[in-house]
Design a protein around this ligand. Sequence first.
Ligand code: SF4
Length: 118
Amino acid sequence: MKKEIICTVCPRGCAITVEGGDGKVTSIEGNGCKRGLSFAETEFTSPVRLLTSTVRVAGKENELLPVRTRTPILRDKLFDVMNAIRATTVTLPVKQHDVVISDVCGTGVDVIASRDME
Ligand code: SF4
């Protein structure tokens, strides 16, 4: 399998070609530096993303609390995590970095508040 990946580690945005199969990389071409190697390998074998979203606030129909995953999560889990976030309502007050959902969907990663809300 061959995959074209744009490296997002720095603004240069190298177009990297990765080949492999069964979760293993056999060749990487097009990276402008070593950092692109590990980025491309991770993107090919187990891509991760930092997820940002909002959750409902109890008693405040027109307000939403911005949240994010504390660290990137596997891209395969994004849909499940979005559903968990949609099903969540927080009670104020909330401080930045408070845990809104612990170990979301068994990922080992918390969803946390992105800012204070009184
Ligand atoms: S491969 Fe290196 S130079 Fe190219 S975008 Fe990634 S970090 Fe930047």
